[in-house]
Design a protein around this ligand. Structure first.
Ligand code: NAP
Ligand code: MG
Length: 498
């Protein structure tokens, strides 16, 4: 397959420019003076040089966040004032939608049209939704029963307080949206933050840092420190004055975060990988299910933690579905994200390209077969073909491990109990899809599947109102919805003897 990467694309982005760290409301170079390059993954060209934050910068940022938490105007704002500031962040994100979508496309590779339709409005909506929570956080009153103090009377209540200084480490697949998922609830609860974006995609988080200041978030409340995971990320996870760490990324690094956090027993929430089953029953609307299976894996180049990468199809429709998803794969227009025709961009980096093409080789050596795609696309850029695999077995690595690319493996089934067992046969438990016209079957299976999100007759529905997160090794805690707030709040019981 050949691809078109016409260029240079007209953008407002100034290639080759420099970016600094945001610490205490100021833009500054890294203490070491070092910087690193961020690339356009469609061409391999340098987009910008970014200050390389490391342990010393993380420490300065944590100190700034501590001051902003203890003494700054942020802690004196009323919930209503805080809510209005967060709401303005959402407004500013939408006012700069085109620019942010372009940055996202350049830095990550994804089609700009997708960023404009999904990433940017979802990020704005998350801020708007969380803005509303700022004024609705509340404890409750309680009547204590104390058997060893007969006759005593009490007035007791609970207070909800910000957990404190929060470290947040995010990945490269939805750089702006992951920043919003993390910052929104932290700000709504009155926390202060040190955010480390992924080294591959720091640009939109840094632009968001400017918009946060413009919206009226006081300096020091959100500090943005790009850098590498092993240095900046690890320093944040281990920092003794960070009260909580929130992480999205691989299960492997999630475990390192847990270990690093144990030094001061900081709170931990994790949103990790997945190997999600998408299940098509004999009574499904087959055409809709085919489209849903294709979108479930090929959206965002397959670089989605909840991608439906294991496709289980009732044997009655197996050939038809494999043919349909393969046709969809072959029809996808792969190209530069800024080309308006493009439906799928490159993978984010050489490393991710090596990982995904490595798994294509592993699948082949295990005895599975690509019926669509299956190969890398000649460069420049980190492009791979949208791929449909058959003949994989439950114990194959291609079925058990997260590929994080546009690769789906289809397997036939006939018995629902066996299907449910296979669907749950994974260390992961992030998401699932069920395609059926039988309402009872759908709800029964939704209960049986061990996953944080179960889609029925749809896939990849994300909304600020809906909790998102994983069972098993897909994570701890939930993002979004009312539920995420508990990640950022401490509960205090106050008891008054009357
Ligand atoms: P990753 O290593 O888990 O990276 C996620 C974030 O963690 C990045 O900001 C990374 O920094 C940072 N990090 C890395 N090592 C760290 C450490 N020791 N301490 C603290 N922070 C650390 O993920 P990746 O290497 O980019 O991608 C590898 C695989 O992770 C993917 O193929 C996929 O399976 C999975 N993944 C899952 C999600 C998800 O949404 N659940 C997202 C992305 C990737 P750097 O930027 O320097 O790496
Ligand atoms: Mg980049």
């Amino acid at each position: 397959m050949a691809i078109a990467v016409p260029g240079p694309h007209q953008t407002s982005f100034e290639r080759g420019s420099s970016r600094q760290l945001l610490i205490d409301g100021q833009w500054r170079d890294a203490a070491s003076g070092k910087s690193f390059e961020t690339l356009d993954p469609a061409t391999g060209e340098v987009l910008a040089r970014v200050a390389e934050g490391a342990a010393q910068d993380i420490d300065l940022a944590v100190q700034a966040a501590r001051r902003a938490l203890e003494d700054g105007p942020w802690s004196r704002m009323t919930p209503s004032e805080r809510g209005r500031v967060i709401h303005r962040v959402g407004d500013l994100v939408m006012e700069h939608a085109d620019e942010l979508a372009e940055l996202e496309s350049l830095d990550n590779g994804k089609p700009k049209a997708v960023a404009l339709a999904a990433d940017v409005p979802l990020a704005a909506d998350l801020f708007w939704y969380m803005a509303g929570w700022a004024t609705k956080l509340k404890g409750g009153t309680v009547t204590p029963s104390v058997p060893y103090l007969p006759g005593a009377e009490f007035h007791a209540y609970t207070l909800k307080e910000p957990v404190g200084v929060v470290g947040q480490v995010i990945p490269w697949n939805f750089p702006l949206l992951m920043a919003a998922w993390k910052l929104g609830p932290a700000l709504a609860t009155g926390c202060t933050v040190v955010l480390k974006p992924a080294e591959q995609t720091p640009l939109s988080a840094l632009r968001l840092g400017e918009l946060l200041l413009e919206a009226g978030v006081p300096g020091g409340v959100v500090n943005v420190v790009p850098g590498f995971g092993e240095t900046a990320g690890a320093a944040l996870a281990a920092h003794p004055d960070v009260d909580k760490i929130a992480f999205t990324g691989s299960t492997e690094v999630g475990k390192l975060i847990v270990n690093a956090a144990s030094g001061n027993l900081k709170r931990v929430s994790l949103e990790l990988g997945g190997k999600s089953p998408n299940i098509i029953f004999e009574d499904a609307d087959v055409e809709a299910a085919i489209a849903g299976a294709a979108q479930g894996i090929f959206f965002n180049q397959g670089e989605v933690c909840s991608a439906g990468s294991r496709l289980y199809v009732h044997q009655e429709h197996f050939d038809q579905v494999v043919e349909g998803v393969s046709a969809a794969a072959k029809a996808i227009k792969v190209g530069h994200g800024l080309d308006p025709e493009t439906e799928m961009g490159p993978l984010v980096s050489q490393e991710q390209f090596d990982r995904v093409t490595g798994y294509l080789g592993i699948g082949e050596s295990e005895g599975s077969r690509a019926v669509a795609g299956g190969r890398a696309i000649d460069g420049p850029g980190y492009f791979v073909e949208p791929t449909v695999i058959v003949d994989a077995q439950p114990d194959h690595r291609i079925i058990r491990e997260e590929v994080f690319g546009p690769v789906i493996a289809a397997m036939p089934f006939s018995d629902v109990d066996d299907l449910a067992r296979q669907a749950n046969d994974s260390h992961y438990g992030l998401a699932a899809g069920v395609w059926t016209s039988d309402v009872s079957k759908a709800h029964k299976l939704a209960k049986r599947i061990k996953a944080g999100t179960v889609h029925v007759n749809t896939y990849h529905v994300f909304s600020a109102e809906l909790p998102f997160g994983g069972y098993k090794q897909s994570g701890w805690g939930r993002e979004m919805g009312e539920e995420v707030l508990s990640n950022y709040l401490e509960t205090k019981s106050v008891i008054v003897g009357l």
